[in-house]
Design a protein around this ligand. Structure first.
Ligand code: FAD
Ligand code: SF4
Ligand code: SF4
Ligand code: SF4
Length: 375
């Protein structure tokens, strides 16, 4: 893109994301989990750069693809600068100008080892398994964490608890019963990367397992790059979309006449959103919940947590089983600790179809959303 066009786009992005109002207070950078361990990654600095003439440097340093679009920075900003949208605009321009997106493959090469599938990424084994633990699906995540901690692979795990009804928060689990309390999926974005940094910086943890969604796994790998002295096991979940809890609860209340705060279980299967309340199941189509989906999710391109040591999801497996993709030697060692498993083959076509659909949809949405800015 010629320099004049680049700066025209930058100006439009600055207006649209309110970057003009930046006070250079640094609150965004102080809260960003990646910036807390990597001083070269700074939302505040990038906004300041853009305001001072925008040297386009940000595009070359991987910063635009490393950001988790988690909105921690924008929620801390006293001027309501929408930094995640600023980054999405830069991503749209990078795609439009055909610049190769190498960030993901560089991280894959750094952390993973196996064969490559163009849709679901690097893999060593792909299986459908069920453990003795009753989890969201096959209880694989909980079993991996319990067994890994038992043998001393890690001494703590970042997991997500249900708090105050169906609201959720990340915690540092230090034993098997802490881990077991995190069973089940909570359909909202929780700050697991922030909790990981807290475990290292404030609790001095050096061997940690962390469970995250694909967007979080990306940020966790950035954090890991900046702290090579810390041993981190990354378990990634599959994810097609996620919700703003307040909006989800409201919409589910309208459609299904249940209060999610008192529900026993929530799950998504084959395009349905299913709530179990007082032993009874009620459901609606996930598509009917669109207004509660997080904005950032519509631009997301990773379904299977391509950067995790082990990825786990339900797609590709029969009911009650989890699909497991091991992607590194470390992931495989952890998976080998699971005994007493029921195993069957996973439907790889189904996984690949959804992974490829999500990637196409995310990139298309990015281009569409910013088409007027890109001209
Ligand atoms: C928001 C969300 C969307 C998902 N979408 C899909 C999908 O579209 N297709 C699919 O196949 N699978 C999806 N999954 C994964 C699936 O729901 C199960 O988590 C997965 O199959 C593992 O099941 P399990 O029985 O092994 O997990 P369990 O043994 O029950 O353990 C669940 C683990 O997930 C962690 N966890 C729960 N909620 C969150 C959260 N919000 N953020 C980070 N960690 C969390 C807990 O800490 C716990 O350790 C999604 C999960 C979430 C949280
Ligand atoms: S969106 Fe999240 S990862 Fe990106 S700069 Fe803000 S806090 Fe950091
Ligand atoms: S928090 Fe907001 S105002 Fe403060 S430096 Fe970051 S973008 Fe600027
Ligand atoms: S759809 Fe993408 S951005 Fe949204 S929660 Fe899932 S992995 Fe994160």
């Amino acid at each position: 893109m010629p320099a004049s066009k680049e700066s025209a786009l930058a100006k439009k992005l600055i207006v649209e994301t309110r970057a003009y109002y930046c006070l250079e207070c640094g609150k965004c950078t102080a809260r960003c989990p990646i910036s807390r361990v990597d001083s070269t990654f700074s939302p505040g600095l990038n906004v300041a750069r853009a305001l001072r003439g925008f040297d386009w440097e940000i595009k070359r340093d991987g910063g635009i693809w490393a950001c988790m679009v988690c909105e921690i920075c924008s929620s801390a900003c006293p001027s309501n600068v929408d930094y995640p949208r600023f980054i999405l605009g830069l991503r749209a321009e990078a795609l439009r100008s055909g610049r190769e997106k190498t960030h993901l493959s560089e991280l894959e090469q750094l952390f993973l080892e196996g064969e490559t599938d163009k849709d679901s990424g690097i893999y060593r084994q792909i299986k459908a398994v069920k453990t003795a633990i009753k989890g969201q699906d096959g209880g694989v995540v909980t079993s991996l964490l319990v067994e890994g901690m038992k043998i001393g692979f890690f001494d703590s795990a970042i997991v997500v608890y249900r708090q105050n009804g169906f609201q959720a928060e990340a915690v540092i689990a230090e034993n098997a019963s802490d881990i077991a309390m995190a069973k089940g999926s909570k359909y909202q974005l929780v700050s697991v990367a922030e909790k990981l940094v807290e475990a290292v910086k404030e609790k001095g943890k050096k061997r940690i397992a962390v469970v995250g969604l694909p967007c979080q796994v990306l940020g966790i790998r950035e954090i890991q790059k900046a702290m090579p002295e810390v041993e981190i096991f990354v378990i990634g979940l599959f994810c097609l979309e996620n919700f703003v809890y307040r909006l989800l609860r409201q919409r589910v209340g309208e459609l299904l006449k249940v209060d999610m705060d008192t529900a026993e279980k929530v799950n998504m299967s084959k395009g349905n959103f299913i709530v179990t309340n007082e032993g009874k199941q009620v459901s609606c189509k996930v598509s009917e919940l669109q207004e509660a989906v997080r904005t950032g999710c519509s631009f997301c391109t990773d379904f299977t947590s391509r950067l995790a040591d082990i990825s786990v999801g339900s797609v590709g497996s029969p009911d009650g089983y989890s699909t497991v993709i091991t992607r590194s030697r470390k992931g495989e060692e952890l998976f080998r600790l699971l005994t007493d498993l029921k195993e069957t083959s996973a439907d790889r076509d189904e996984i690949d179809r959804l992974a490829s659909w999500k990637e196409r949809k995310g990139f298309e949405k990015l281009k569409q959303e910013f088409s007027s800015l890109l001209g």
